[in-house]
Design a protein. Structure first.
Length: 321
């Protein structure tokens, strides 16, 4: 017997035909330029990116500038300044960026710099490497003129002190604990080029030294200008183990729509995790025609899309319904 879930997971075309409000937006081809990003704070970040795109700016500049809005906002508890710390009280940041030529830059376990995405961009532009971590990344950032500052806000410290009382580590507890909200952003510029960025303070109260998917090219972000781009949010360990964003771009190359490819990305995680109800991963993708799609394990995932006519938040279809 086919369960409802098997039906949803197995038949992308059929699901589209159901024509839910959630799906119909994502299947429409969009006009260039276009920017999409994860979660509610994507709205403000999209505005900054749009300022660049509307002046015929490059997608790579838009995605770098856009996510800096979330990085600098102390109310966003899982990105940059104001991010909740690891279990030893350190705010450690992961970030990556990728352009239309396949160039990439990344930093991991970076501390005390408000805009890790800008450091990742410098790694891409000014070094022969893709990724710098820890002390080397710190020295590089200082050499490039970035200033060190304390990123642990009073509010984030209070959350950490509260956590120390019970010390239970729950990677994803969306109803009680906003330990998520990485921002990943994809943009298509007027020249038809795609770029992406991702930046986070990672999962709150993680082990000191833990690095998630967000700085890993192919996991939280992948761009191939011939096909499209994909990005991720959620429990990074699951995204890394399935190389999620690379997988989604390759599935789009084989002809899947962005939504179908994101759904298959989620399905790979579900198959390996009998405990999938305790995990959230959300994928967001865009093809080179500007079609957008997303899919998540759990229902709370949203993304923001700005196409010049509107900047709106879309609820994403999930495996759990
Ligand atoms: C991580 N993927 O560090 C990040 C966390 C996240 O929305 O996306 N939160 O695993």
């Amino acid at each position: 017997m086919t369960t409802r879930r098997q039906f949803i997971m197995g038949t992308g075309a059929a699901l589209t035909a159901l024509g839910t409000g959630k799906m119909s937006f994502s299947q429409e081809p969009k006009k260039k330029p276009l920017v999409i990003s994860t979660w509610r704070h994507g709205l403000a970040s999209n505005e900054r990116a749009w300022d660049i795109l509307k002046q015929k700016g490059r997608a790579i500049d838009a995605v770098e500038a856009g996510v800096q809005v979330a990085e600098g906002d102390p109310k966003v508890s899982s990105v940059g300044y104001g991010g909740w710390p690891d279990r030893e009280g350190h705010v450690t940041l992961d970030s990556c960026i990728m352009d239309e030529k396949g160039n990439a830059g990344s930093v991991a376990f970076l501390q005390n710099f408000k805009h890790p995405i800008a450091v990742a961009r410098k790694v891409m532009d000014d070094t022969p490497h893709v990724m710098l971590v820890g002390e080397g990344a710190r020295r590089f950032a200082l050499a490039k003129g970035f200033k060190e500052e304390d990123l642990l806000t009073k509010e984030a410290r209070a959350e950490w002190e509260n956590w120390l009382k019970h010390q239970e580590y729950v990677p994803w507890a969306p109803t009680t604990n906003p330990t998520h909200d990485t921002i990943s952003m994809l943009a298509l510029d007027q020249a038809g080029d795609i770029s992406g960025s991702c930046t986070t303070s990672g999962l709150a109260f993680k082990m000191h030294g833990r690095v998630g998917d967000s700085p890993i090219i192919g996991a939280a972000l992948f761009v191939d200008n011939e096909v499209g781009a994909a990005c991720a949010t959620g429990v990074g360990e699951e995204v890394m183990k399935t190389v999620g964003s690379f997988l989604i771009v390759e599935l789009m190359r084989q002809g899947m729509s962005p939504t179908e490819a994101c759904r298959e990305g989620v399905r790979r995680i579900i198959r390996k995790n009998p405990n999938w109800q305790d995990l959230q991963v959300g994928y967001l993708a865009m093809d080179r025609q500007g079609r957008v799609g997303a899919f998540a394990i759990l229902p709370d995932f949203q993304y923001a899309v700005h196409d010049g006519k509107s900047n709106q938040l879309i609820d994403v279809e999930s495996y759990s319904g």
